[in-house]
Every structure is written in C-alpha cells, then in structure tokens.
Design a binder for this molecule. Structure first.
Ligand code: HEC
Ligand code: HEC
Length: 494
C-alpha cells in the first residue's frame, strides 16, 4: 500500500537533516541555538496511528445514551481514509490529523476518568461550548473496546475558536483556556503522580520553559517556586494566549491565526522558523509537537529535566512510546492548513471603512502591513538586539524596532531577537493582540493610555501585575477620534 501511495504523490520528506538545520533561525544568543535529533533516529520513531475519534459534548447537550453507545464501539483506524486520494481527500485526511490527539488523559499527565464532564472543572477552566453543544478542543477516542479516553494536545485543541455566536472556526486564534486547564489538571493530578507533584511540577516547567544560557531567563526564580506558585502563574493567562513550550508563563505568546498561513514567510511571533516550502510547515508541526524537547541547546536538553518520565532518549528510537507523525500525515496536515478559509466577514467595506483605508495609507501602515497579505513578511528588531552581519543577506530584516516588550525575543528558547510583522487579516474575529496578547481589542491597541505605567492591560496582564504599560508600536496612537474609528472599521473588513 505504501508503495502505491508513493507512486501517486511525491510526499516531501519532513526530517531532512540539512533542511531541518536551516529551517530555524539562530537564537539571539547564537551558540545556544538548538541541534535537533538526526534523521536516522527520527525515522526510527514509531508513527502514531490515528484512531477514529468522537466529539466531546457539554454533558447537558449530549445525545441521550451517547457515552454508553461509545462504550459499544470497536477501535477503528481513521487515517488514511482513502488510498487513492483526490486533492479534496488529502485535505479531508489532513483535518483528521489536525483533530488527532497526541496523548490521552489530561494535559498534566495520565488520567482515566472523563474529568471534562465535571461541572467544577468546567467552571474553573471557563471552557467555551459551541452552538451544537460540543467542546471542540477535546475528542473521545476508543483504542480498546469499552474504554473511552480523552484525547489531548491535538492541533485543534489550541487552534480552534468558538465564536460569540457559538460557531466553530478551525485554524483561527484559538480560545481554549489552555493554561487554566493546565493549572487545574496539575492541581488534580491523581496518585501516584501527586506524590511527586512538588518536584515534578518544577521539573516539567524547566523542560517546557528553561533557557539556562540566559541569567536570568524569562522565568526567574523557578527553582524556588512551590507547585501552587506555578499553578497560579498559569492560571493568570487568558484564552487566546498560551505559555507554549519555549516561552514562559511570564512571557506567554498569543495563539496565531493559521488561516492564510501559506502567505507567511516566517512562523512564530519571533520568526523562529522559516516557511520556504510546504515541507517547512511539516517540520514546524513535528518539531513543535514532538521533537524539539529532545534538541540540544548548548548542554541543555529539555526532556532530560524530567528524568523519571522522559529523561534521556532511548538508544533505540523504536522504544519512544510517544511516537511521531508520519510524513504522509504531515503532508495531509499541511495541505489542510493551506486550504483554510476565513469565516464570512460581516463587516462591509462601507464609506467609513473607505475613509479608514485612506488613514491606513496616509499613516504608512502598508509599508509594513502590505496588502494583500497585510504583512511585508519581514522581521523587525526587538529593542536591544543587533543582528550578526550575515543575517542581513540570509533573512528579510527591516532595520527598525517597533519597541514592544523584548523578553520573548531575547530571553526565551523561541527568542531570535526579532518580531515578525504580523498579518492584519482576520482581525475582526480574533484577539487578544500583540505578541503576548496584552491587549484585548483594536480599540485598546490604538489607545495611547496603554503606554502609561498605570495602564491595566485588557488581555494578558502578567502574574501578580495590577498595572503596566504595553509599550511600543506607537503607529496610529495620535489619530483623531474620527480617524481612529475609521481606521478600526477598515481593519475589521480585512
Ligand atoms: C498547546 C497548544 C498548541 C498546540 C497543541 C499546537 N499549537 Fe500551534 N501554536 C501554538 C502557539 C501558542 C503558537 C504561537 C507560538 C509563537 O508565536 O511563538 C503556535 C504557532 C503555530 C504556528 C505558527 C503560525 C504563525 O503564523 O506564526 C503554526 C504553523 C502552528 N502553530 C501549527 C500547529 C499545528 C499544525 C499543530 C498540530 C500539529 C499545532 N500548531 C499544535 C499553540 C499550539
Ligand atoms: C515599521 C513596521 C510597522 C508599521 C509602520 C506598522 N506596524 Fe503594525 N505591527 C508591526 C509589528 C512588528 C507588529 C508586532 C509587534 C509585536 O507583536 O510585538 C505589529 C502589530 C500590529 C497589530 C497587532 C496585530 C496582531 O495580530 O497582534 C496591529 C493591529 C497593527 N500592527 C496595525 C498597524 C496599523 C494600523 C499601522 C499604521 C497606523 C501599523 N500597524 C504600522 C509593524 C508595523
């Protein structure tokens, strides 16, 4: 079967050593840049099967007898759905990969109960529920007849948005309260994991966030925090912003909109990864979901921070139970992401918006946010960063800084020293904005009060922070109220 598939389509090779080495930008501290695992090891890791999965409902919206019915189901492999694929079949298969969990249980470790049905869990996490009664961030999976498992860490978990009207937009800036869920699930770890909680929680945080070549890094004092302190830091992060591994709970990052991804030359707020061809998107997915915790940053290998659970890579990659995506899965996934379309925009290009477009052009926004992608796909400098001379030829760099907070770009494992110019498409359905999601709305982004130290950020505030300035990007702040209204009306049509 594999032979006939290969004959049909040239599936790009995700883990090509040379392409993997050049896909990431060097870190701001260049000699701490990661060395990824070699391809001969990568291709020895078993490919995770993708099982058929089922929607998770709010218990009050569930069809009668649903759970009992699931218990009668046989396990079924869902991918690939077809062998001879049309382009549409590839995209459909890619959606299966997007929805496929990486692991089962909770996002803070193994668990066998269906805890998302617990009203106390839902109330703490504040999880959005779609109009059809589903909670589209989780899936039920049957790997063994009679056992229903909660599938977690799919792309869909973080990259799905439930809109105010209850519709679901896949690929949009997600609004799953990931860090609230992580906080809750860490607090509720069951025995025997709970026995090691004080120790393991810090170790997990180190695996996810440490950048030991920085002193201090973006998570200062971690070694002295109690597990409750750690939980409180995660709980302070609002939906739409995530302490993704390689950032930190004190410098989390907004979830990007994946709709329109094919137009972007750099991936991540810091432009950490290049997007030269479809295979780079495949590399992005597998690196972020499974392999970059095994990379070596000087003498630091993140996974080794958790000796009992992950530790050193086994000599035999076949023993790596967490598995990986197959190239065929990654290719289908990338084709699916390229196919994503925005939801129909309710904002008309009316007279107000036309006036706003004039303001946009007059203010020079289009120099950076150049139509039609509304980004020039360039990197700007984080305050204090001086690129090494060879970068000017290798990358697309604008020799300016917009002056936003430099910590993510300078002090973390995703820190390249740069912030990319983000696309302005889809602003009407997403938020919070700015790389750390510090402002909730466009009105807040263009409010000059945000430059003051007594400003209360409307998006991500920071743990224990009552007020702080959201600095930088002063474009458009000085406009008259009328021009500002028009500009925002225009931006909402994109
Ligand atoms: C735990 C939550 C989470 C999961 C799971 C997740 N992502 Fe992301 N993803 C993020 C966050 C947060 C960012 C922003 C990172 C940054 O800017 O540094 C991101 C960034 C991206 C980007 C960069 C987009 C851009 O324009 O910069 C792509 C592409 C992407 N994710 C695809 C995927 C795919 C495909 C999957 C599944 C294979 C996936 N993600 C799983 C949270 C997640
Ligand atoms: C010199 C280049 C440059 C110019 C000029 C510029 N921007 Fe930006 N813009 C950026 C960068 C870089 C960011 C990301 C900053 C960050 O996240 O730290 C950004 C972010 C934004 C965001 C937030 C987007 C998001 O997804 O979080 C909006 C909205 C925006 N700009 C609108 C405008 C408007 C409107 C103008 C003109 C009044 C303008 N920009 C002028 C470079 C520029």
């Amino acid at each position: 079967m594999a032979g006939s598939l290969a004959a049909q389509t040239q599936i790009p090779r995700a883990w090509d050593d040379a392409a993997v080495a050049s896909v990431t930008l060097p870190l701001a501290v260049a000699d701490a840049s990661p060395v990824q695992i070699p391809s001969r090891y990568y291709y020895g890791i078993p490919v995770r099967p993708i099982y058929k999965s089922y929607p998770v409902y709010h218990p009050e919206k569930e069809p009668p007898g649903y759970i009992d019915e699931l218990k009668q189901r046989e396990p079924e492999i869902a991918f690939p759905a077809s062998v001879l694929r049309s382009p549409e079949d590839w995209i459909r298969d890619g959606e299966l990969v997007f929805d496929a969990p990486l692991s089962y249980g909770s996002i803070a470790g193994p668990r066998s109960d269906l805890y998302v049905r617990d009203p106390a869990w839902r109330q703490y996490v504040g999880i959005p529920v779609a109009r059809d009664g589903t909670v589209p961030f989780y899936r039920y999976v049957i790997r063994k007849k009679g056992t229903i498992e909660l599938g977690v860490f799919s792309c869909a978990m973080c990259h799905t948005r439930v809109m105010p009207d209850g519709s679901v937009v896949k690929g949009a800036q997600g609004n799953f309260p990931f860090d609230r869920a992580l906080a809750r699930d860490t607090s509720a770890q069951s025995f025997p994991l709970s026995l090691f909680r004080p120790f393991l929680t810090r170790r997990f945080e180190r695996m996810l966030y440490a950048a030991p070549w920085m002193n201090p890094d973006a998570y200062p004092g971690l070694e002295n925090l109690s597990w409750q302190d750690v939980v409180a830091r995660h709980a302070s992060i609002p939906p739409g912003v995530i302490a993704r591994h390689g950032t930190s709970p004190l410098t989390p990052v907004k979830v990007p909109d994946l709709i329109g991804i094919q137009e972007r030359r750099y991936l991540d707020a810091t432009g950490l990864m290049r997007h030269r061809e479809i295979a780079d998107l495949m590399r992005y997915a597998t690196m972020n979901q499974e392999t970059d915790v095994f990379a070596r940053y000087r003498d630091f290998v993140p996974s080794e921070a958790v000796p009992v659970i992950m530790g050193k890579l086994p000599a035999d990659p076949g023993k790596l139970a967490s598995g990986r995506y197959g190239d065929e899965q990654l290719y289908a996934l990338a084709l699916y992401l390229y196919s994503l379309k925005p939801p129909p925009n309710p904002n008309q290009f009316d007279a107000g918006a036309a006036q706003g477009k004039k303001v946009f052009d007059r203010e020079g926004c289009s120099g950076c946010h150049t139509p039609p992608a509304y980004t020039n796909n360039m990197l700007t400098l984080a305050p204090g960063f001086k690129p090494p001379p060879d970068h000017w030829q290798k990358y697309h760099i604008l020799n300016v800084s917009v002056g936003t907070d430099p910590d993510l770009a300078l002090k973390t494992r995703r820190g390249t020293g740069y912030y990319k110019v983000p696309s302005l498409r889809g602003l009407w359905y997403r938020g919070p904005l700015e790389h750390s999601g510090s402002v909730a709305t466009l009105e807040d982004w263009f409010d000059p009060a945000r430059l003051r130290d007594d400003y209360v950020p409307t998006g991500f505030k920071g743990y224990g922070v009552k007020a702080r300035a959201v600095k930088g990007h002063e474009f458009g702040l000085h406009l008259s109220a009328e021009d500002k209204r028009a500009l925002i009306a225009f931006l909402r049509t994109l």
